[in-house]
Ligand binder design. Sequence first.
Ligand code: HEM
Length: 471
Amino acid sequence: ISTRSHTKIKKPPSPPALPIIGHLHLIGSGPLMVLRLGASTCLIASNASVAKEILKYQDLNFSSRPEFASSEYFIYTGSRFLTAPYGDYWRFMKKLCMTRLLSVAQLDKFMDIREEEKVKLVESVMRCAREGNLCDLSSEFTTLTNNTICRMAMSTRCSGTDNDAREIRGLVKACLDLGAKLSLGDVLGPFKIFDISGTGKKLVGTLTQYDRLVDRIIKEHKEKTREGSEGMKDFMDILLEVHDDPTAEIKLAANDIKSFLLDIFLAGTDTSSVAMQWAMAELINKPKKFKRLRNEINEVVGPNRLVKEADVPNLPYLRAVILETLRLHPSGPFIIRECAQDCEVNNSYVNGKTRVLVNVYAIMRDPQLWTDPDEFIPERFLDTSSEKIGEHQMELKGQNFKYLPFGSGRRGCPGASLAMMVMHQAVGALVQCFDWKFKEGEKVDLSPGPGFAAEMRHPIICYPIKLMDHF
Ligand code: HEM
């Protein structure tokens, strides 16, 4: 960031030093601020109109993501999608996501998978309830999202001897943890208090294990296709078709496929799981709202079956609960971008290649935009409320710049519809079927964790009490 002497364009303000390592999402006073994080300089945008300027009016210039230290250790060089620079490869993969892999038509075909995994979730919690055991919702929700995505991506799941999905979960978790450590090293830059190369080596080891596993699964898919066995196409089948298509604009390599699937696991598993944990925590903490949701489900669904996806359009309070959860607890509190060329934002001059973080956490708690912004009030999203946002797809795609849980524009989250489908019915089912009690003397802890992802500091672990025997 610099000032141009021939104009009156100013520098964005910058705090004198950086005392903050955890709680990154809490920083950012003022609409636009420069932060020197160790070796790197970031621009932090914390208000809706600056977000709109960056994500809408200058969308193209801000459509890349920066490289982080972890990319040095990434074995699929040049194949990244999530963190790809804006360009032909990213455009091709994004189009594939939107028109095929995560399109509404394809998601419809996966409906049975989501339904079955929801039933598995309820059964697993039911076992805890029967045996009087504590239930760790973080592990229940992560199993749900991991199994759902593993089945959609490559027809693997954890069952009996088939533990590929469990192995993938372990590897993805290791990648997330090691990547986070490396990014912290990146942020700290010259201090280098983390053993970057040791962590980097571990990341390479984990990725190599993932590579072997997915190689084997690719081979199995190819054999299945050769044998001509029918079945529903998963992501891998579709990607292999594109790989074999001589007319495709881009020739997909095996590494591109493996890397893309890894990105889907990295971006899709914990994000939805963490949001569902927050939803349950907020509801358990507010018994009146919990009861209101239970009553709505009972009225619409009745006592003889589990809530399902087709019910969601008739459950406005459930939809409001999920919207409000994502407002207060966005799983991606920062939208991370990089600006391609020198430009002006909010009358300040920004050099090309500057990292930009749009602090959606701050925007969605901005007291100028929301009444009682720190309170969990699903009612604000009901039709009768003046604060409600539209429920059109575009709202989730970030065309309303005060509500941005899934980012915005061409770089916005391609998994938003899937995440919503999974979250509505899972949270709905756990409210429909169980009461939730904490251990004697314990209560819901709503404090956020120290990481970048605004997850819960302490996962909710409590006793489910079953209400009905029907399911
Ligand atoms: C509650 C759940 C989720 C939240 C809050 C969330 C949030 C986000 C956010 C904020 C971004 C960055 C958007 C931007 O730069 O404008 C993003 C990107 C992305 N998300 Fe999600 N996401 C969720 C679930 C999912 C799921 C289920 C998938 C896949 C199955 C997914 C796949 C992706 C991918 C691939 C990108 C990168 C897109 C690109 O760079 O073009 N996400 N997500």
